[in-house]
Design a protein around this ligand. Structure first.
Ligand code: NI
Length: 180
């Protein structure tokens, strides 16, 4: 198990549409372990394989509120959405920038787990937001694509002026908006 380097905004891999996984083998399980380690180290609540430069359809999550749920999803698909939520969101690939993003309130996601077994997750609140954010990563979509053009311009402007060491500043998982 090891911590991999998280790719930041500007890295072209973040814009790739990730390929589906044909077979859940040892390589995929090693990748999942590494994603978990990398997510914990960065104090995040979700991470997509794309974010460590491996554009295949794998993501991990760990959301602690209202209950502790963690896992990996391979080839995840949103099969149902309902309602709406508008909350502040942050991303490990765009450290320190946050903006209010509108998402579906509840989602039903199907995919495979690390053993290659079919799973179905019904999620609300933060877990629902996290899964939508990570599945977006697998499609090359970032949260800054889901805000108004004006807000996006402001975020990109702030990003372009960030100090060199900004991205190395530790972020706290206890912050109101843990990054993913
Ligand atoms: Ni993200």
């Amino acid at each position: 198990m090891s911590v991999r380097r998280i790719r930041l905004l500007g890295d072209p891999v973040l814009r790739e549409v990730a390929e589906p996984v044909d077979r859940v083998d040892e390589d995929v399980r090693v990748l999942i372990d590494d994603l978990m380690d990398t997510m914990y180290e960065a104090d995040g609540i979700g991470l997509a394989a794309t974010q460590v430069g491996v554009p295949i359809r794998v993501l991990v999550y760990e959301v602690r509120e209202p209950e502790d749920v963690r896992g990996a999803l391979i080839n995840p698909r949103i099969i149902e959405t309902s309602g709406r939520q508008k909350e502040e969101e942050g991303c490990l690939s765009i450290p320190d920038l946050r903006e209010i993003v509108q998402r579906a309130g509840r989602v039903v996601v199907e995919g495979l787990d690390a053993d290659g077994e079919k799973v179905r997750i019904e999620a609300e609140g933060l877990l629902s937001r996290c899964l939508q954010h990570e599945i977006d990563h697998l499609d090359g979509v970032l949260f800054i694509d889901r805000v108004s053009p004006l807000k996006r311009k402001m975020l990109l402007n702030k990003w372009s002026k960030r100090p060199d060491k900004w991205s190395k500043r530790p972020e706290s998982a206890r912050s109101a908006t843990p990054p993913m």
